[in-house]
Design a protein around this ligand. Structure first.
Ligand code: SF4
Length: 370
């Protein structure tokens, strides 16, 4: 007997294989159970019961939409790839800790976003397990990352939580391209649960947009990504706020690879930036500036204080962010660089190494579902 046989022989369990005449006992039992079930359309889930389940799992608000809802057409194939047979979606939100997100302490803001995302995953998982116990197929995609990264730079998320949230009546998009909840404002984390059952009643989008068009997100964004006329410079936002993610991270890797020695590396990347990379790799990718969320006064819970004392809002929340000395990442000669130079001359401009990630060599798009 060789070493492998000595190790595995005692663990070998003879399998009792079923035959045509004598089915395996668990197969026979499952077949007997299935015979008692009525075939045909899966039963719809009661909306009130489902809402109560979501609330008891810790979600702060939910809405329900059919996958066939107009506006969600682009989500369909990706959703059906993740969970074949999906019929409906639960859009949900969890409140964030507002003072964390409004703080000039970036780590406090990032900590709460990460914590709330994890709570969202835990709540969604509890709901999925309860539905699974009742024979309903249910899946929760990540609230943020991980994503289907093999698709990058093409779409790499399973479902757009923002589109689902708007369709499910959880709020409307603000000027800053975040969903604003009528009560909680922009201080929420979004998520979605996919279900293989219809729901007895679906939600409707909110009648009005809570965004009050105050323009504070426009004036506070360090790279001028948000335009008062409704335009949005995605590249400027991604280059700065997501400095440690995706192609921006690839840029840091290439700086390391191209450095001739430690002194050369330090000319390219400052010690502070190296520590920031360490922090992002050790905990989670750190956003550089969620300032548009921090200053947003929209939403019933938030608006009262702003309306009562806008100067206090500016003093305690807006100006500490606009005055903050910090690195701001922009492309050379871009509108974003011009914006930092003219609006925030006390902030330090950095030109990150840009890496163009090519389209994936294997076509990973989902199969088309009729
Ligand atoms: S900060 Fe003002 S303009 Fe910007 S999204 Fe919020 S309410 Fe709308």
């Amino acid at each position: 007997m060789n070493d492998a046989e000595r190790l595995w022989s005692p663990l070998h369990v003879p399998v009792r294989r079923g035959t045509r005449d004598h089915e395996h006992p668990t197969v026979a039992a499952a077949r007997a159970r299935a015979e008692h079930e009525t075939p045909g359309e899966p039963a719809e889930l009661d909306a009130e019961w489902l809402r109560e389940l979501c609330s008891s799992a810790g979600l702060d608000d939910v809405g329900f939409v059919a996958l066939s809802t107009p506006g969600l057409e682009a989500e369909r194939d990706y959703v059906l790839e993740a969970l074949p047979g999906t019929r409906s979606l639960i859009g949900f939100c969890l409140r964030t800790s507002r003072d964390n997100l409004q703080s000039r302490s970036t780590s406090a803001a990032n900590r709460d976003v990460a914590t709330t995302q994890e709570l969202a995953h835990e709540a969604a998982r509890r709901i999925c397990l309860e539905l699974q116990r009742r024979g309903v197929r249910a899946l929760y995609p990540a609230s943020g990352f991980p994503a289907e990264i093999h698709r990058y730079p093409n779409r790499s998320w399973v479902v757009s939580h923002k589109l689902v949230a708007v369709a499910a009546g959880l709020g409307q998009m603000g000027l800053h391209r975040n969903v604003i909840h009528p009560k909680f404002g922009t201080f929420i984390v979004l998520g979605t649960i996919l279900l293989d059952r219809p729901i007895s009643r679906y939600s409707q989008p909110t009648a009005s947009n809570p965004c009050i068009d105050c323009g504070l997100c426009v004036t506070t964004c360090p790279v001028g990504a948000i335009h008062a006329d409704g335009g949005f410079d995605f590249d400027a936002c991604f280059t700065h706020n997501n400095h440690h993610e995706l192609s921006n991270f690839a840029g840091w890797v290439e700086e390391v690879v191209d450095s001739a020695d430690a002194a050369d590396y330090r000319r390219r990347v400052t010690p502070g930036e190296t520590l920031s990379v360490w922090q992002s790799l050790s905990f989670q990718p750190q956003f550089r500036a969620g300032y548009c969320v921090a200053v947003c006064p929209a939403g019933e819970d938030v608006l009262g204080r702003y309306v009562a004392d806008p100067e206090a809002h500016a003093r305690d929340i807006v100006r500490p962010l606009t005055r903050k000395p910090e690195y701001v990442y922009v492309d050379a000669d871009s509108a974003a660089e011009d914006h930092v130079r003219t609006r925030f001359p006390h902030k330090t401009i950095r030109h990150p190494r840009r890496v163009e990630v090519p389209a994936p060599e294997i076509d990973p798009v989902p199969e088309h579902h009729d």
